[in-house]
Design a protein around this ligand. Structure first.
Ligand SMILES: *[C@@H]1O[C@H](CO)[C@@H](O)[C@H](O)[C@H]1NC(C)=O
Ligand SMILES: *[C@@H]1O[C@H](CO)[C@@H](O)[C@H](O)[C@H]1NC(C)=O
Ligand SMILES: *[C@@H]1O[C@H](CO)[C@@H](O)[C@H](O)[C@H]1NC(C)=O
Ligand SMILES: *[C@@H]1O[C@H](CO)[C@@H](O)[C@H](O)[C@H]1NC(C)=O
Length: 342
């Protein structure tokens, strides 16, 4: 009898259940033993996202003690064009989405915020975990005129790159339509996580549409991947003095097909860059006959093996097959349209 009554009540409450409600100004501190924090407290990641009542505006400020980072997953979906999920990290970087499938975010100290604002009813839940940051670099290294390409996310690491003038970072996601896995790699200016100046992550750099260059006064940068993922995202690392004036366009090879790329140097000198090690044949280029194009097998640097051609000279050399870890084309003026075959 008691059991039946209980069943009846729970069915009744789930039928009549409105969504969850929430408020602004919540503060969340690391729990004892770094246990995960869930909102709502009855949810966990094995369940579907619970309903959120229409018309909510809610925020959580999550503190992160020194020596830790926070990992956030959100499960939810908004139902109208005005509703959003938003996070802001310790450097003030803002990320907005309308749909979340539990792809993780990673935040360094000292805090981040999560906000949800919805008009129509939505679904929404999240989990936060606090984990230890690595304490010691796995590698200290120097970057100069030779470009370096590393696997950005397929293992954990904590690398310090030092240079004479500053460091340029340009991420190449494996999948240009789905690159959230770049969020696990955090960037700090200066030589250590602890004393460094948190800047953002590789997701934000890729989303910005250009390379990241360390601020003046910072010759070194810390790159730390907090969790390995199975995505082969690459990161091109160069010394900034050779490339700081370039706008980069990434070449995305498509195996067994022809594909095009366009660069426009009418306002800013632009460069097409590839970090693919597959064989690519440049079969056509449309550019002004008297514009100049420089081909570099790495960082463009007149002291190395770069070669500069006029459009007229270069067109006569086609087709050209390339197979090199880094390939850069710098255009001095006008527009160039490249056609490759891989
Ligand atoms: C998640 O929630 C389900 C359903 O309430 C429960 O059975 C399970 O034990 C929970 N898992 C964890 C890890 O808390
Ligand atoms: C990146 O990792 C993949 C898979 O492990 C490997 O094949 C590739 O050579 C690596 N690339 C670089 C630049 O280290
Ligand atoms: C990568 O890992 C994710 C999550 O573990 C999985 O869903 C996906 O299928 C994996 N992808 C590949 C190519 O192995
Ligand atoms: C190409 O380079 C040459 C030699 O530096 C220069 O004289 C010429 O103006 C350049 N062409 C264009 C279109 O800028």
């Amino acid at each position: 009898m008691f059991f039946r009554l209980f069943l009846f009540l729970s069915v009744a409450s789930s039928v009549s259940a409105a969504g969850n409600v929430c408020k602004t100004g919540n503060i969340v501190n690391r729990l004892v033993n770094s246990q995960p924090y869930y909102w709502p407290a009855t949810w966990n990641e094995t369940q579907t996202a619970p309903a959120l009542e229409m018309g909510q505006t809610c925020s959580w400020t999550v503190t992160i003690p020194q020596g830790y980072y926070a990992k956030l997953i959100i499960n939810g979906k908004t139902q109208d064009s005005l509703s959003i999920f938003q996070t802001i990290d310790a450097a003030g970087n803002l990320m907005r989405t309308t749909q979340e499938g539990m792809q993780p975010y990673y935040f360094p100290p000292s805090k981040f915020s999560v906000t949800v604002s919805n008009q129509a009813a939505a679904t929404f839940a999240f989990r936060i975990e606090w984990k230890l940051l690595p304490t010691l670099p796995t590698l200290y290294t120097q970057i100069s005129a030779i470009a370096e390409v590393i696997n950005a996310t397929n293992k954990e690491y904590y690398i310090v790159y030092d240079s004479n003038s500053g460091v340029s970072l340009l991420p190449f996601p494996e999948d240009i339509n789905n690159y959230y896995s770049l969020r696990s790699t955090l960037i700090f200016e200066g030589g250590r996580i602890q004393r460094g100046n948190y800047i953002g992550n590789l997701f934000l750099i890729y989303q910005s549409g250009n390379q990241y260059i360390t601020s003046s006064g910072f010759d070194s940068v810390v790159i730390v991947n907090l969790e390995a993922s199975n995505q082969t995202n690459l990161l091109l690392i160069q010394e900034s003095r050779y490339v700081e004036n370039l706008h980069y366009v990434e070449l995305v090879p498509v195996l067994n097909s022809q594909y095009k790329a366009t660069i426009n140097s009418q306002i800013k000198t632009s460069a097409l860059v590839s970090t693919s090690s597959i064989k690519q044949t440049l079969i056509d280029i449309q550019m002004d006959d008297n514009a100049n194009i420089t081909v570099a097998y790495g960082t463009p640097d007149p002291m190395v093996f770069d070669k500069t051609y006029t459009g007229l000279q270069f067109k006569k050399l086609l087709p050209i097959m390339y197979e090199t870890p880094v390939l850069t084309f710098v255009l001095d003026s006008g527009v160039a349209v490249f056609t490759f075959q891989a």
